[in-house]
Design a protein around this ligand. Sequence first.
Ligand SMILES: [Zn+2]
Length: 279
Amino acid sequence: MSKWNLTNLKRNGDNLRIFIVEFTFLLIVVYIIIPDFVLRCIGIGSWKKQNTLGVAITFDDGPHPDYTPKVLDILERYKVPATFFVVGENAAAYPELIKEIQGQGHRLGIHCQQHICSWFLNPWETWSKWDEGVATLESLTGQKVELIRPPWGVFNMALWLWLRHRKMKVVLWNVEGFDWLTQRSPEQITKRVLRKTTAGSIVLLHDAGGQPGAPKNTICALESICRKIAVEKKLPFVSLDLTKNGLEASPACRWSWRTCRFVQTFCRSKYTSPITRRL
Ligand SMILES: [Zn+2]
């Protein structure tokens, strides 16, 4: 082979490598970074906070036969309504716990069929796993699923399209106790949740999952969280009900609370929820 041909072959090889790198980068930007930035970081198309003075408490990753009943006991004692974002396969394994959650008047949302990060799912897997999760929960509750929360709160483009197509509401959070870490003591979880909680907060805790044994700390912390938010912060617990939410009712904007904060200012008297008016 002549020297000219060899140089040409090398140049073509370099060009192909550059093309592959650029294409992969573009794919990551379009498939992961843009949807994740819009939905998670900015909060457009998702709910990170409610437009009410009440605090909504949410639990992810359950149900779990050891931990979920204990969480339910505490919530019942303190009359705190909560929302459970359950993993489809856990719900299928413990249908009686789903009935118990439902029976106590808590809300249920889906946290995907399996606890998998959306970044590592291709579009077909994304649609099928979310459809499967929704079908599992609907078959157990007999009610339509409206609320979703993706594992780790992360998105890909296929999930964004799926939730728009299926008309799902994405609920994220603005307060988390990092209770999925075993080394977080109940005192640390309580302190962090109290420090961050304000009117309208959505608090993320876990009744399963995380590092081994981590929900034990959540259960220890939950009682003081329920008590202190009511007594020290003087904030009521409310069910995560986005249909009564001022912003959602507002025809002006269906974006997130944070993005459309100005709407809250102008529409407060017309759209504030009953709990806000009571306060
Ligand atoms: Zn999770």
